[in-house]
Design a protein. Structure first.
Length: 275
């Protein structure tokens, strides 16, 4: 577990081992907000212990999206007395309906969570819901704005903004290729351009994984994704029976490129209903 990095007044980020998740912390005068809780009880407790070294205020939790490394630690925070778990409505529905299916991803990091056995291995579904309109959460002298820019990395990515800092979850990842398994690549590129346009409001931009990012990094990520969509479209038109021939021309690794193509095809077939 690394030390807290201050990213604006009363804003912090902590990198956890394993998934290298960035957990955000916003400290008001009355409450503190924790953004993403880790892969399971072990990691969740490490995050909670680090949070308690910074503040003993009552806590609220935000899950930026419905991937295991961002919400599997919720049960630890529920034990701490947290009753307010924020997420976008589509994220909450995904956790409720298919959260258990992600346990297989943590067999090495969190064997108890993987098996659904042991203390604090339950799935805690967010109960404080954001829809398409921003929600303001008063922490006491400091307000966090929770908002949604549309489908991208998943169908329910939530962003958290303060006067100095923007936490964007896995809409932005630094130091690795994006993950496309549940993504909407064309819409994701649009969301990235929207984030770039917001950067004049914030001093710090915190990705879900990796180091704080610059405006140029986000622009480059958006442009790269748009180019990849165009390249994949052309390749799929040229070789409709073997879309994998697009893989060598795409700017991502082979595994990410396979998922990128698969998701594009699914989204084109079912633009409103793709999972």
């Amino acid at each position: 577990m690394s030390e807290w990095l201050e990213v604006g007044a009363h804003n912090y980020v902590l990198v956890t081992e394993g998934s290298l998740l960035n957990t955000g912390l916003i400290v008001g005068s009355e409450r503190a907000m924790v953004i993403d809780t880790g892969c399971g009880p072990r990691q969740g407790r490490e995050i909670l212990e680090a949070v308690r070294k910074k503040t003993d205020l009552p806590l609220v939790v935000v899950n930026t999206h419905a991937h295991y490394d961002h919400f599997f630690g919720n049960d630890v925070f529920a034990e701490e007395g947290v009753t307010e778990f924020w997420a976008h409505e589509k994220c909450a529905a995904e956790i409720d309906q298919r959260g258990d299916l992600q346990r297989r991803h943590v067999a090495t990091l969190e064997p108890g969570m993987s098996a659904g056995e042991g203390d604090k291995t339950g799935i805690v579904v967010p109960n404080a819901i954001v829809k398409d309109q921003p929600v303001l959460v008063d922490l006491g002298g400091l307000t966090a704005t929770l908002f949604y820019l549309g489908r991208g990395h998943t169908n329910g990515d939530l962003l958290v903004g303060t006067p100095t800092t923007l936490y964007v979850g896995d809409l932005v990842e630094q130091g690795t290729h994006p993950s496309f398994e549940d993504s909407y690549p064309e819409e994701w590129a649009d969301a990235l351009r929207h984030i770039s346009a917001l950067r004049h409001r914030y001093e710090f931009l915190i990705p879900g994984h990796g180091k704080p990012c610059s405006d140029q990094f986000v622009k480059t990520m958006a442009n790269t994704m748009t180019t990849a969509v165009r390249q994949a479209r052309q390749s799929i038109r040229d070789t409709p029976n073997d879309a994998t021939k697009a893989i060598p021309v795409l700017p991502y690794g082979p595994e990410q490129s396979r998922w990128f193509i698969k998701r594009l095809q699914e989204n084109w077939r079912n633009p409103q209903e793709a999972p």
